[in-house]
Write a protein that binds this ligand. Sequence first.
Ligand SMILES: *[C@@H]1O[C@H](CO)[C@@H](O)[C@H](O)[C@H]1NC(C)=O
Ligand SMILES: *[C@@H]1O[C@H](CO)[C@@H](O)[C@H](O)[C@H]1NC(C)=O
Ligand SMILES: *[C@@H]1O[C@H](CO)[C@@H](O)[C@H](O)[C@H]1NC(C)=O
Ligand SMILES: *[C@@H]1O[C@H](CO)[C@@H](O)[C@H](O)[C@H]1NC(C)=O
Ligand SMILES: *[C@@H]1O[C@H](CO)[C@@H](O)[C@H](O)[C@H]1NC(C)=O
Ligand SMILES: *[C@@H]1O[C@H](CO)[C@@H](O)[C@H](O)[C@H]1NC(C)=O
Length: 331
Amino acid sequence: MINANRNILFTATVLAICVILFVHVFLFPLYAVNPNHETLKTFMDFEKSLCSSNYIKQKKVWRKQQCPRYGVVTTMQGGRLGNQMWEYASVWAVARRTGLEPYIPRCIRIKLDQVFDSLTVPTFEEIAHCPVDMSRFVKSLDAWNYTYQSIVLPRYSVQPEIVLTWVQDIIQEFTFKTKLINKSQTILRLVAKNNINQVFVGVHVRRTDYVGYLWRKYSVLPANVSFYYAAMKYYEEKYQNVTFIVVSDDPAWCIKKFNNKNNVFITSKKVPNPPSLDLAILAACNHSIIDYGTFGVWGAILAGGETIFYNISHHSTVRLGQILPNWHTLA
Ligand SMILES: *[C@@H]1O[C@H](CO)[C@@H](O)[C@H](O)[C@H]1NC(C)=O
Ligand SMILES: *[C@@H]1O[C@H](CO)[C@@H](O)[C@H](O)[C@H]1NC(C)=O
Ligand SMILES: *[C@@H]1O[C@H](CO)[C@@H](O)[C@H](O)[C@H]1NC(C)=O
Ligand SMILES: *[C@@H]1O[C@H](CO)[C@@H](O)[C@H](O)[C@H]1NC(C)=O
Ligand SMILES: *[C@@H]1O[C@H](CO)[C@@H](O)[C@H](O)[C@H]1NC(C)=O
Ligand SMILES: *[C@@H]1O[C@H](CO)[C@@H](O)[C@H](O)[C@H]1NC(C)=O
């Protein structure tokens, strides 16, 4: 009697295990193939996938804008201030060119809002609740040919040909916060000892990690001190009272190389300035000398004066030099 019960129990257990295994092995995969609501993504999920850093958690209150009828244009986040300015500007400009609605990931917008006062491209917060159709995305303007398609630009994208079509407008878009303008003007006035006939030339000296990048990507050495001296000489011959404002990620190198020039002022000598202030200082200058790198490039674009740049074949700065009439190298 007891044995018979045991046998029944055993058989039932084995049967139960078989049924569970059957369901798991043969039936669950079928469920997984069918799309369910969890695989439908919103723009909020999509935005998160674009951000590489400082992603801020979704606020509970959404604005619930109408969902986009046509495609949108946006970008992935990469790099520091200069790169993210290009990413923002590229979205802004590609939207103008195509008529698509521009949206910027909040991780980029939050960073730029600390520096600029009148950015106009909205974030995904506006359409966070809307479904996103990833099959409609292409990765460049060249691949786009249809208003229902969306464009997601890759990180680090630099698109001077489109952005600089509206150079005065992008300068307007990147209007510095009043606090930064005041600080940079105060610094320039102090340096010039209130001499009003001063011409300020912003100099950007990019070194540290860029030295290795130049070698890996272009097989070239960084600009040596002869480049900066020759460019300074050009402005000294052109204007009577010139002051050079040097901004660098390696101020120690600059102190060593420029210490015999009494018209050179190096920012961040003792305490490093925030990058936003250094950029505002470059932008407040009348003319520019830049070597390479997006930070110096933006400083020169926003200064809007004559710009001398370092010639590296195939570097994006050379492309800018072909577009902007007051940009040139030293022959
Ligand atoms: C859109 O562009 C792709 C190339 O990116 C091309 O293969 C396709 O034929 C184009 N479609 C139309 C409708 O022009
Ligand atoms: C900037 O300077 C102006 C005049 O010098 C002053 O009125 C204004 O309050 C300052 N703004 C900020 C944010 O520092
Ligand atoms: C140059 O600066 C000096 C003072 O540093 C001033 O006396 C002179 O007038 C300035 N020259 C011009 C052309 O602005
Ligand atoms: C700087 O580099 C140039 C080549 O780009 C070279 O002709 C020059 O001698 C170098 N100057 C110094 C001081 O090393
Ligand atoms: C040169 O820059 C200074 C500082 O921003 C500015 O006050 C001055 O008006 C500029 N000069 C010219 C000729 O634009
Ligand atoms: C840069 O240098 C290359 C060769 O070294 C030259 O052909 C080209 O014209 C230069 N570009 C500019 C903008 O000076």
